[in-house]
Every structure is written in structure tokens, then in C-alpha cells.
Design a protein around this ligand. Structure first.
Ligand code: ADP
Ligand code: MN
Ligand code: MN
Ligand code: MN
Length: 336
């Protein structure tokens, strides 16, 4: 009889950005929902989550995905809990305000690296300047291996039920993006973490790794962001100029708290150049890719209803922290 492999995934205790960890648990039956996955323990002293003298941490399954990369397999995204049942201080998912009508779309940018440089870069020096790489085609624009990897990754994610909306080659050579959309406070963030896991694991077999850092090199090369598109029921259905302006005031007031949640080293990326606003300014604009927050002309024409893009979160940011912070600021703004 087949045994089923459940890969329990969680975030470790490293700061400023946690790493993904995973270990396999075997089961006699396939789980039909996350409720069929029991809690499990791990050695928190090896992940910066506990002392050796009292090392157990608990894994609480929160989302289940089919895993087409292995036979008879599933991925089980987990929250880390203390032995007493409370959430672990590193558990950034636990504190997100629940709102099943909140929608998020995250645009994850990243570089694929091999031998210490992006795929397609020469051993010495730099490739030709940016221009033709974004959405490009052909060996000179995107090389050979990269597209193989991003296409395999897309198929793995789709098989897992992850709600990808699109993928594209990005502005710098060796830089790529995927977009994931999810309804509910946590769905999109769960999916992004699992998509990151699948990409890291897939790349192992090509001796390639993912560089998530937001600015892997200085000079005239785009950094990597993770724009966060968001809406609540109120923003989609009621909106209005006054509410939007109140919301932007709250974003401005909480500027530093947002930056804190938006990923490390963001001062290297948010310079005011390369389609960014500078890190110490807050601005919003219509169709303005140099603003902190962008809305479309359609949003304005539709009486300030639709969705909003916060362009500041970076590629290395924790999607739980990002979505959680945005919902917290939204919760501070009265809807009438
Ligand atoms: P761009 O690169 O121009 O910023 P993308 O297409 O890469 O645009 O990303 C925009 C994302 O916005 C979509 O992929 C989708 O996930 C997200 N989105 C669309 N509608 C909504 C909505 N109502 N609420 C939240 N996010 C949305
Ligand atoms: Mn995009
Ligand atoms: Mn992009
Ligand atoms: Mn965007």
C-alpha cells in the first residue's frame, strides 16, 4: 500500500527574515483537508526558536497543497507554536487581522543565481545594459536555463492549486517575477511562501539558487520588489475620495512601521530611481510608478473604488508581515 509524504513547512527564527524549513512525515492515508494533518514537533534549538534545554516547538498545520514534485505527496504549511499552545514569537502569521473579504495580489520578483552571479551574466563584468530583458525572448535576452526553471515552477505551483495570475521576465538580466492573488487575509501570503519553497527546491537540481535580496548589486540595475496589491470589501464597493484620502493619511502616519514590515535593506532599493519612491518619503499617485502607493486611472474614474498598489514591499519581505501591517493600518481608518 502506498504511503503518503507530507512535507511540513514552517518559518524559522532567523531575523530579519526567516528561512523556510521542511521535514517529511509519512501517513497511511492521503489527507483530504488540512484538518486531517496532525500537529507535529520539531527541534527549535536548531532553528533559533528554542533553547537546547527545552527544545520542542509545535507545528500547527494551516494550509494543504498537493505536491507534484514527489510521488504521493503533499505540502503542509504550518504555524510555529510554543509547547503551551500559544503562538511562537516568530509566528508572523498568527497576528494578522482576519478578514475573509480582504484580497491580496503579491508580485514576487527575484533573481536566479549560479556560481555567484545571475543566470546569463558573464564571468567577468556585466551584460549589456537593461532595456531588452523585461518580457524579452531569445537567448541573448533570457539565456537558456532560466525559462526552463520558471516554466517548471509555474507547473508545480498550478498543480499545488496556488493561484498564480502571471509570470514574466523582469527588467534586469536574470530577474523574474510571478504574481499570486488570494482572497482572505492569509491565503495569498501562504501561497507565496509555498511558491518560494517550490522554487528553492526545484532550483536545487540545476545547481541554481534564488537570490531574494532586494538589491543584489548596485549600479544601473533594478532591484527586486514585491508590490502588494490590496483591497477590502469597503475599498472595492464603497470607496470614495474622502475614505481614500483618510487611508493615505494613515499610511503616511505609519510610514516607518510599514517600512519596518516591508523587508530588510529596503533603503538600497527605495532610492527614488528605478521606478521607486525614496524610502524616507511617502507619496501616492495615479499611474505613477515613482510613488510609494499607486492607483490606476480606472480607480479614480470609478469613484475611488477598486484596488490599491503599495510598491514599497521588497522581494525578501515576509508576506505575512506585509499583509498583516496593511490590514492593521486599514483597521485604523473609519469607514464612515
Ligand atoms: P503591475 O506590474 O502593472 O503592477 P501586475 O499585473 O503584475 O501589475 O499585478 C497586479 C496584481 O494586482 C494582479 O496580479 C492581481 O494579483 C492584483 N489584483 C487585481 N485585482 C485586485 C483586487 N481587487 N484586490 C487586490 N489585488 C488585486
Ligand atoms: Mn507586475
Ligand atoms: Mn515587476
Ligand atoms: Mn506592480
Amino acid at each position: 500500500m502506498a504511503k503518503y509524504k507530507l512535507e511540513y513547512l514552517w518559518l524559522d527564527g532567523y531575523t530579519p527574515i526567516p528561512n523556510l524549513r521542511g521535514k517529511t512525515r509519512l501517513a497511511d492515508e492521503a489527507p483530504s483537508s488540512v484538518d486531517d494533518c496532525p500537529r507535529w514537533a520539531f527541534d527549535g534549538s536548531s532553528t533559533l526558536q528554542a533553547d537546547g534545554s527545552s527544545s520542542d516547538c509545535m507545528l500547527k498545520p494551516v494550509a494543504l497543497y498537493p505536491d507534484e514534485g514527489r510521488n504521493n505527496a503533499f505540502l503542509v504549511m504550518c504555524e510555529v507554536m510554543l509547547p503551551n499552545g500559544e503562538s511562537h514569537p516568530s509566528n508572523s502569521r498568527a497576528n494578522i487581522i482576519d478578514d475573509e473579504d480582504a484580497w491580496f495580489g503579491l508580485e514576487q520578483e527575484y533573481f536566479l543565481f549560479q556560481d555567484g552571479r545571475p543566470l546569463g551574466w558573464p564571468e567577468e563584468g556585466f551584460p549589456p545594459p537593461q532595456g531588452k530583458y523585461y518580457t524579452g525572448v531569445g537567448f541573448r535576452s533570457v539565456g537558456d536555463l532560466a525559462r526552463t526553471i520558471v516554466d517548471e515552477h509555474l507547473d508545480l505551483c498550478l498543480a499545488a492549486g496556488i493561484n498564480h495570475e502571471g509570470i514574466n521576465a523582469e527588467v534586469a538580466k536574470g530577474q523574474w517575477e510571478f504574481q499570486i492573488f488570494g482572497k482572505g487575509s492569509k491565503k495569498c501570503a501562504d501561497d507565496v511562501w509555498v511558491a518560494r519553497y517550490l522554487l528553492e527546491r526545484l532550483c536545487e537540481q540545476y545547481q541554481v539558487y534564488v537570490e531574494w535580496h532586494c538589491k543584489p548589486f548596485s549600479g544601473d540595475w533594478n532591484g527586486s520588489g514585491m508590490h502588494c496589491n490590496f483591497s477590502t470589501k469597503h475599498i472595492r464597493e464603497v470607496g470614495g475620495k474622502a475614505y481614500f484620502e483618510g487611508l493615505m493619511k494613515a499610511f503616511e502616519k505609519n510610514k516607518d512601521e510599514h517600512i519596518e514590515a516591508y523587508g530588510p535593506d529596503n533603503q538600497m532599493r527605495l532610492t527614488g530611481l528605478h521606478e521607486t519612491q525614496s524610502i524616507d518619503k511617502f507619496s501616492w499617485g495615479i499611474a505613477d510608478r515613482g510613488a510609494s502607493v499607486r492607483v490606476s486611472q480606472a480607480f479614480i474614474d470609478n469613484e475611488y473604488k477598486g484596488y490599491i498598489e503599495d510598491r514599497r514591499p521588497n522581494s525578501q519581505g515576509d508576506p505575512y508581515a506585509i499583509c498583516g501591517r496593511i490590514l492593521k493600518t486599514i483597521s485604523e481608518v473609519p469607514t464612515s
